[in-house]
Design a protein around this ligand. Structure first.
Ligand SMILES: O=C(O)C(=O)Cc1ccccc1
Length: 176
């Protein structure tokens, strides 16, 4: 058996946190997007994958059904608390565009609408942090974990920005 578990994003994504919890003895393999994950899984890059299924604020995670409808075995599931921060390199008043995974943007929609920001969906919350770091522009901010903000050297501009602080996502461990 190939004891590698695929997860979305890099080691600072919520999926990485979930993989550590659901498959602590397996080797995590970060994959940039859901599409790339599916391709890697089909090619036999790993026998296991951790997928976010449902969130307490927005319901079904977009694209999760690609995994649930493919006849894979669900070995386990775990609800993981999600604490989003707003991270960037400027002041809150400078922000115009917020980057994140579509699910995270949905979980923070009240905060985003209240400030009149444009939502920019990207492949993962960790990718959002990486892109904001690379752009180094005060008009851009990421919604990500505090760990992702620290990893990419971004300042935490605001904590606890989800529509409710009772925010959790159900992740599942699938096997081929
Ligand atoms: O982008 C991530 O970090 C993910 O793992 C997907 C996701 C995004 C927001 C909540 C739960 C999972």
């Amino acid at each position: 058996m190939n004891e590698t578990v695929l997860h979305l994003g890099d080691e600072t994504s919520y999926s990485a946190i979930a993989a550590k919890r659901l498959a602590p003895t397996m080797r995590p393999r970060p994959i940039a997007s859901f599409e790339a994950m599916q391709e890697a899984f089909e090619k036999g890059a790993a026998d296991f994958a951790v997928i976010p299924l449902r969130n307490s604020l927005i319901g079904d995670v977009p694209d999760a059904e690609r995994w649930t409808t493919r006849g894979l075995r669900k070995l386990d599931e775990a609800a993981i608390p999600i604490a989003h921060v707003l991270a960037g390199c400027g002041e809150i008043g400078d922000i115009a565009h917020v980057l994140s995974h579509q699910a995270a943007l949905g979980q923070c929609s009240a905060f985003i609408t209240q400030h009149g920001w444009t939502s920019v969906p990207v492949d993962s919350t960790s990718k959002a942090a990486q892109l904001v770091r690379a752009a180094h522009h005060p008009a851009m901010a990421a919604i990500c974990s505090a760990g992702a903000a620290a990893h990419y050297g971004l300042a935490i501009i605001h904590e606890d920005i989800a529509d409710s602080s009772d925010n959790e996502t159900l992740f599942a461990l699938f096997a081929r």
